[in-house]
Design a protein around this ligand. Structure first.
Ligand SMILES: [Fe+2]
Length: 316
């Protein structure tokens, strides 16, 4: 097609997409092109702005490697990851769900761990926490024999894979739900942590005066044949950044009650002073049991990365 006007461009691209035999490909690409062209028209995107956008997208790829994914990070920073999660869970977005973002730090091969045991595998600073998680189906019945992978950052906000000082698989464990649909374990209360800001994500946040912190949380991955595999994160109810999570992950269903106990008898006799308890319930839906592709495969060597914390400020 010879292009006469700017609207011809859209028509030409859409008619080429029609040649694709795959129906879903046609639907996704036609919608993408319609919205993308409409966006260019609405914003009257200048040539300089277009060149800048292309450079940003190239940088997203260049900064991604085996231990960091800048593309996933910007998808989260723009709320896209959360939107995809909420539209694909809770009866396709019809009701609340305990599903959440997988995040960048799930590893396969987490050590099988007995209920009640600790996942602290090398000395780790932080208050002791005792966690009980219950898995139920849509009818509220406990789901027994589900595999539940657990992982979280230390009391200093660092995952073991980022920190060669922590033992391999520290603060990670794989549990199996009992007849009550429960797993229990001991760990240390995690701290919130900053996401990396040395690339396009950092520029995006700085332009808006946003901080780069994620509120403290524990990750869960629940796997049981016959049910849609669920990834989740339970956020710490006492974290100051719940309303301003840099990844827009905090939902009402995942506000966890991390209850502080001072000097009360703890479930373990070596715990004398401050400790925390957390009880949370997950609801899983019928569907395909499929593990995700692990975003990372191993542990970093050397010093943990220097973390940069941006403050939330008013720029206007
Ligand atoms: Fe995390």
């Amino acid at each position: 097609m010879i292009i006469e006007t700017h609207s011809d461009v859209t028509e030409a691209v859409l008619s080429e997409i029609e040649r694709a035999p795959d129906e879903r490909f046609r639907a996704i690409m036609a919608a993408a092109v319609k919205h993308l062209h409409a966006f260019v028209r609405e914003t009257r995107l200048t040539e300089a702005e277009f060149q800048k956008a292309c450079a940003y997208i190239a940088t997203l790829g260049q900064l991604s490697n085996a231990s960091h994914n800048e593309v996933v990070l910007i998808a989260g920073s723009l709320g896209v990851s959360s939107l995809v999660c909420l539209l694909n869970n809770g009866g396709k977005g019809q009701r609340q769900t305990t599903a959440n973002l997988l995040g960048p730090f799930w590893r396969t091969g987490s050590p099988p761990t007995a209920n009640g045991a600790s996942i602290v595998r090398s000395p780790t600073r932080g208050d002791p926490i005792f966690v009980t998680a219950t898995v139920r189906d849509l009818d509220g019945q406990p789901v027994a024999d589900a595999e539940v992978d657990v992982w979280h950052a230390s009391g200093e906000g660092v995952y073991e894979n980022q920190d060669s000082a922590q033992a391999d698989m520290n603060l990670r464990g794989k549990f199996r739900t009992d007849a009550k649909g429960q797993i229990t374990f001991r760990s240390v209360k995690p701290a919130g942590y900053p996401i990396r800001v040395n690339g396009p994500v950092g520029e995006l946040l700085r332009a808006q005066g946003r901080h780069n912190l994620r509120p403290a949380h524990i990750h869960f991955l629940i796997y049981k044949p016959g049910f849609k595999t669920q990834f989740s994160q339970v956020y710490s109810s006492d974290d100051p950044n719940l309303e301003t999570d840099a990844q827009f992950g905090v939902t009402r269903a995942l506000l966890g009650r991390y209850v502080r106990h001072d000097g009360e008898p703890a479930p373990a006799s070596d715990v004398k002073e401050t400790w925390y308890s957390l009880e949370h319930e997950f609801v899983i839906e019928p569907g395909e049991a499929k593990l995700p592709r692990p975003p990372i495969t191993g542990k970093a060597s050397g010093e943990p990365p220097v973390s940069v914390v941006l403050e939330r400020i008013d720029l206007r």
